[in-house]
Design a binder for this molecule. Sequence first.
Ligand code: PAF
Length: 283
Amino acid sequence: MQVVHTIAELRQLLARFDAPAFVPTMGNLHAGHLALVRQAKPLGDVTVASIFVNRLQFLPHEDFDTYPRTLQADCEQLAAHGCDVVFAPSETELYPQPQTFKVHAPAALGDLLEGHFRPGFFTGVSTVVMKLFQIVFGQSKGQGHAVFGKKDYQQLMVIRQMVRQFALPLSIHGGEIERAEDGLALSSRNGYLSTSERAEAVQLSLALKTLAAGVLGGEHNLAALEQHAMAALAQRGWAVDYLTVRRRDDLQAPGTPDFQPGQLVALGAAKIGQTRLIDNLEF
Ligand code: PAF
């Protein structure tokens, strides 16, 4: 496996391949990321992962400075999982000038849920992903592939729409959420949890299961179900941003005819202590 830090090195390396399969990450890798690499591997003729903590997608009060940077351990894990190339640029390599050209997600998708609670987040994500796509796929002759985890469900949808609307010659693949034994969705931010918070953290996924069970059990008053689920988490000490049931295809609130098996997703974001966790459940 080769680790490169500059765009020029990466382009030179990829020049002899036709169709990269790409997994963008911010590093501090866990089994969820490695599953994405395994999924990417058979899709292309070279497997590329990027590691870059993207300042543009963090709000000023968020954890950009403290986000764990574990390049060496990440590279060891990527090598063990058959990744061929790691692109780990510095901030000045990726943003030699302030990145004032930006990609904005459409408000109907980008301003709700995560976009509502983290304004600018999807602009930051879309901008860096578009730039990484130009760098990784800019010279590829065949169909490229990129894999994103479903844990960031709305992010995956934003990237899919971006690729479609800009007619990028890429297929976007969603990777299933990897969970700890108790059901907590794996996340780099789980490392921030204290022992007691870690024990409590599974309650977010349980709340989503309860929401889904309510709908599947025939309850169509979603507002009441959601209020009840949020109040129950809040009572346990969580600061809840949202717990909600949406249509899978556009993340809008479903009308009654949408209550079909396989059409819906329950999504949640909430803070336990200082750590904000997100999770979702398709049902
Ligand atoms: O999901 C992530 O880790 C990041 O949002 C991504 C896609 C690597 C962009 O910085």
